[in-house]
Design a protein around this ligand. Structure first.
Ligand SMILES: [Cu+2]
Length: 670
């Protein structure tokens, strides 16, 4: 049998190609052309092993990053044949056997149909299309138990929606810890007609990566609060995990992150024992000399860290965020991308230094600049697989400072040569700004303080991330909540916060806000927690009115005090903003709420559905930092039938039609 496999060329010669650019206006898009009214896709979720060839052979990477069968060095593999991740063998969850899943390219206003097949043997899932508003199709939003029942192993679910908004979006599992296991992919909506200015483009999904758990183990640890399986001190001192603190002293989540991946490729660095480090192949973006300008669509599809992206010797012209174009490009050297956020950047390929390849660098905001959390990829002219850049990261100096965009603080640590640009430096294209909505004179009909809080820890329980001390929980039901939203409210109601001694009691309940059709909703989101929280809203874009930051020590850049404009009571449950003004014209669907700061957002409740607002840090979401916004309960479209009942309807239809046919035939013969 093995000789047959060899004969049929299973082991191909090593000819690494890397990622060619994509032109949405050429025949590159084989599945979905602009002229098509409907585009259909299939996504199959399954498990796989990294560094294995089809679960048959263990694969290792040589020092040069060449993949070969571990005991037969002559049997080489192309990177495209192997899910490498960071070169460390691990069970992963994948769509269509690739990490990340396939990029789905569609065109504005097309009807999209994506059938998700659950090919797992044990896990259920549901898939959310992040940033897609699902206008008129709330049942396709992919939040398990809310908009649909999770898909059981062996079953499938059909998402049908219209791609109303062009831009960079993505899809990921919305069931517990499955995103950190690999269930992510990009979803790109191109304009419906060819614009005057077009670019060849690359889609780049960034992910933090961990070696430790499968989804269920991960979930168990998250739920119990015992995220570290053993003693934290010993794990840190042995180098098994690292402690993360950003340059302002803020935190992310428990940092089990072992490495960072660029389009599913990275390397694991163990500075304590170099023998454990890997040389797995890196992602290569291949450009042609004849083209000078490319669009890169960046997506942070990770679960724990905001990531900092840069390309040696290239400035980034940032032209859009979360799919929405800016009024003018923002020029930056480094771009911070919060979890779930997307940024489109234009890059002019520069050959002035006679280089033909450059390092793409991705790191975290870690104060100690932990190199384990540095990732690299390669931007190169031509497709020579041996190309290895020799470029250096930009040196920032007082004469030539570096600009870092989307800082969730006012200065980048103690580095005086880096200038922080924030949300206030980004402005959305006026055609996408709802001026009436954000006007000071507009009557806001629903106004809430959302305090990003941690309940506990107490003697018996660890701390749980929450909103207004409420941990999101869903009632048990054999129907999605979308089909009977009032029932969920009755079954697991939230009450006003309850004091237990001096502590606020933890409540696990169905935290929801009810909005009438066309209500204008404003949230004042205060984050006086030590973690940054990237907040995402389903079902609508929101307008950022204002973002406020913590006070920092000017010399060290470390946290001094919460934003002085916001006055809260002791429990952060009554907060007023003394100096809050609408200072931004920015439309987003995901935004970092700075630690020690706040965010004010506004949106129109004009899309009937049940929409989640939540922190996109996966362990925080899993522990309950989420709430539901019920928009126009009287106008809800019921959730689509599960595959089972669809099959039943089809069967009944067939039975009816065949009986009719039989009767017609019989009638003709009688
Ligand atoms: Cu969070």
């Amino acid at each position: 049998m093995w000789s047959c496999l060899l004969l049929f060329g299973i082991f191909l010669p090593y000819t690494a190609q890397g990622l060619e650019s994509f032109d949405p206006w050429s025949s590159d898009n084989k599945i979905c052309q602009p002229s098509m009214k409907t585009c259909s896709f299939e996504l199959h979720s399954d498990s796989a092993m990294t560094m294995f060839y089809k679960q048959l052979y263990r694969v290792v990477a040589t020092e040069d990053g060449i993949l070969q069968k571990y005991d037969e060095p002559d049997d080489k593999f192309e990177p495209e044949q192997i899910i490498t991740a960071d070169g460390y063998p691990k069970l992963v969850y994948v769509f269509n056997q690739t990490l990340p899943g396939p990029v789905l390219h569609v065109y504005q206003d097309q009807k999209i149909s994506v059938r998700i097949f659950n090919d797992f043997s044990t896990e259920s899932l549901s898939v959310h299309f992040h940033g897609i508003r699902q206008v008129g199709t709330p049942g396709s939003d992919g939040v398990g138990r809310v908009t649909q029942l999770s898909i059981l192993p062996g079953s499938s679910f059909l998402h049908e929606f219209t791609a109303f908004d062009e831009g960079t979006y993505w899809y990921h599992s919305h069931v517990k810890s499955q995103t950190s296991m690999g269930l992510v992919g990009a979803f790109i909506v191109h304009p419906k007609t060819k614009p005057q200015q077009t670019y060849k483009e690359f889609t780049v999904v960034l992910q933090d990566w961990q070696h430790f758990y499968t989804g269920e183990q991960h979930q168990m640890l998250v739920q119990s609060g015992q995220f570290y399986p053993n003693d934290l001190e010993s794990l840190i001192s042995s180098g098994t995990i690292d402690y993360y603190q950003a340059v302002d002293n803020s935190r992310a989540a428990e940092a089990l992150v072992t490495s960072i991946l660029v389009n599913g490729r990275g390397q694991y660095l163990d500075s304590r024992n170099n023998e454990n480090s890997t040389n797995s192949p890196l992602e290569r973006l291949i450009v042609q000399e004849s083209d000078s300008q490319y669009r890169i669509r960046l997506i942070n599809g990770g679960s724990t860290f905001s990531l900092v992206f840069s390309i040696d010797e290239h400035q980034l012209q940032v032209i859009a965020s979360d799919g929405v174009p800016f009024a003018q490009p923002v020029i930056a050297d480094h771009l911070i991308i919060g979890l779930g956020e997307r940024y489109d950047v234009l890059v002019n390929i520069t050959t002035k230094s006679n280089q033909s390849s450059w390092w793409i660098r991705v790191k975290t905001m870690d104060k100690n600049n932990n190199r384990r959390w540095h990732a690299r990829a390669i931007l190169q002219v031509g497709n020579n697989p041996q190309t290895r850049p020799t470029t250096l990261a930009r040196t920032c100096s007082p004469q030539k400072p570096c600009y870092t965009l989307n800082c969730p603080f006012t200065q980048y640590g103690s580095d005086p040569n880096t200038i922080c640009l924030t949300m206030h430096n980004m402005t959305t294209d006026p055609a996408h700004v709802d001026q009436e909505l954000i006007a000071d004179s507009t009557k806001v009909t629903i106004k809430h303080l959302l305090s990003l809080t941690v309940v506990g820890p107490t003697e018996h329980e660890s701390g749980y991330e929450a909103i207004n001390y409420l941990n999101m929980a869903f009632p048990r039901s054999d129907q999605p909540i979308l089909n009977n939203p009032k029932l969920a409210r009755e079954q697991l109601p939230c009450s006003d916060y309850i004091l237990e001694g001096s502590e606020i009691k933890r409540q696990k309940c169905y935290h929801n806000i009810v909005a009438e059709y066309n209500d204008i909703v404003e949230f004042f989101i205060v984050n006086f927690d030590s973690d940054q929280h990237p907040i995402h809203l389903h079902g609508s874009f929101f307008h950022v009115l204002d973002q406020g930051f913590a006070l920092l020590n000017k010399t060290t850049g470390l946290f001094l005090a919460n934003n002085p404009d916001v006055e809260c009571d002791e429990d952060d449950m009554k907060c007023v903003c003394n100096n809050c003004k609408t200072t931004t014209r920015l439309v987003k669907d995901t935004t970092i709420v700075p630690s020690g700061g706040y965010l004010r957002i506004r949106f129109r409740a004009n899309n009937p559905g049940l929409w989640m607002l939540h922190c996109h840090t996966e362990p925080h979401l899993d522990r309950g930092m989420a709430l539901m916004i019920h928009v126009a309960e009287d106008r809800l479209v019921p959730a689509p039938h599960s595959t089972g009942s669809q099959t039943k309807i089809h069967n009944q239809l067939w039975l009816f039609l065949s009986t009719l046919l039989l009767l017609t035939v019989l009638r003709q013969h009688i």
